[in-house]
Design a protein around this ligand. Structure first.
Ligand SMILES: Cc1cc2nc3c(=O)[nH]c(=O)nc-3n(C[C@H](O)[C@H](O)[C@H](O)COP(=O)(O)OP(=O)(O)OC[C@H]3O[C@@H](n4cnc5c(N)ncnc54)[C@H](O)[C@@H]3O)c2cc1C
Length: 290
């Protein structure tokens, strides 16, 4: 079993900063995310408050990040982590059907841009899912609702449409490629997930009620507390101390996911601190083993 020193979950500025430091300090690591790095960075029109680079456009900064990663020889493991399990001496990270292992974890997932709706968290694992590949098969031939917050993940909605008997779909972005053959577009936003033991239906903002067996949320970022059970939260963010330590030993967090201000400089600073804290922890564990 290959157990890396550090697993960094998220390829935005915080994750990139953590990976650069892990690489410089010769630690083995995974940097999980996408080649697109961070949607937020690419969408920024003009960044004027980042030291050393005056008035830079998001796309230019994205190219600079990509260039720096490639120059440093840092590869991105293009996987979406859907669950993290604390195994005591190491962490197991699930990405669809794949499993990865690491001695420490740095959560750099960014912040959930779409707030959970009533019933979403309460019925998670009981009809609500964030992972099409993991749970799609459970809904073969059944009726589901799919809410997708970004174009890159729409492929997963099409996959679910192939499996399910009927799909009600709500894209939260412009330019959806969803066609009539895939299912039915919802006429308005989903306001609530209904159900007692399990999901029984959805309620739209205009009051329309629709019976469904399951609801899939395809989101760029879900709360790290959903990924790793037992993680302490504060005001909806991961609770950390100044060393970026969470309440889970060996698990650190950095960037927007730890709270406001949502800013680049804070994200890269925290990514740096988290990586150094993880490296210190690894050294302490190595001494204990001797
Ligand atoms: C329009 C706009 C303009 C902005 N302008 C400025 C500005 O001028 N100055 C400034 O300082 N800040 C600005 N910001 C804020 C800045 O972009 C963010 O603070 C910064 O990107 C946060 O970095 P992060 O690494 O914490 O998270 P993000 O940049 O959100 O990156 C997180 C990454 O992790 C990935 N991820 C999430 N979950 C998983 C998972 N489970 N598995 C694998 N990968 C995962 C996501 O796909 C994403 O790529 C702006 C933001 C926006 C949206």
């Amino acid at each position: 079993m290959n157990v890396a020193d550090i697993a960094i979950v998220g390829s935005g500025p915080a994750g990139i900063s953590a990976a650069l430091n892990a690489k410089i300090r010769n630690k083995s690591y995974y940097l999980f995310g996408t080649a697109a790095l961070s949607d937020k960075v690419r969408r920024s029109e003009c960044i004027s408050n980042y030291p050393g680079i005056a008035d830079v456009g998001g796309r230019t900064l994205h190219e600079m990040f990509t260039g720096q990663l490639s120059q440093a020889g840092i590869e991105i493991t293009e996987k979406r982590i859907t669950g993290i399990y604390n195994m005591g001496k190491y962490f197991a990270l699930l990405a669809d059907q794949d499993e990865f292992y690491a001695k420490t974890v740095i959560l750099a997932t960014g912040v959930e841009t779409v707030r959970p709706i009533p019933g979403e968290r309460e019925l998670l694992g009981r009809g609500v899912s964030y992972c099409a590949t993991c749970d799609g098969n459970l809904y073969k031939g059944k009726t589901i609702a799919v809410i997708c917050d970004n174009a890159e993940m729409e492929e997963e909605a099409f996959y679910l449409a192939e499996l399910a008997g009927k799909v009600y779909y709500r894209p939260l972005f412009k330019g959806s490629g969803f066609a009539a053959g895939h299912g039915e577009l919802l006429s308005g936003p989903v306001a609530e997930i209904r159900g007692e033991e399990r999901v029984s239906g959805i309620c739209l903002k205009d009051g329309t009620e629709i019976s469904v067996d399951g609801v899939f949320f395809l989101k760029e970022s879900v709360s790290p507390a959903v990924l790793l059970r037992g993680l302490d939260a504060e005001d909806g963010h991961v609770a950390v101390n100044r060393r970026m330590e969470t309440n889970v030993k060996g698990c650190y967090a950095a960037g927007d996911c730890t709270g406001i201000p949502y800013q680049l400089a804070k994200a890269v600073g925290e990514g740096n601190v988290a990586a150094h804290s993880a490296i210190k922890y690894l050294a302490e564990q190595a001494v204990k083993k001797q």
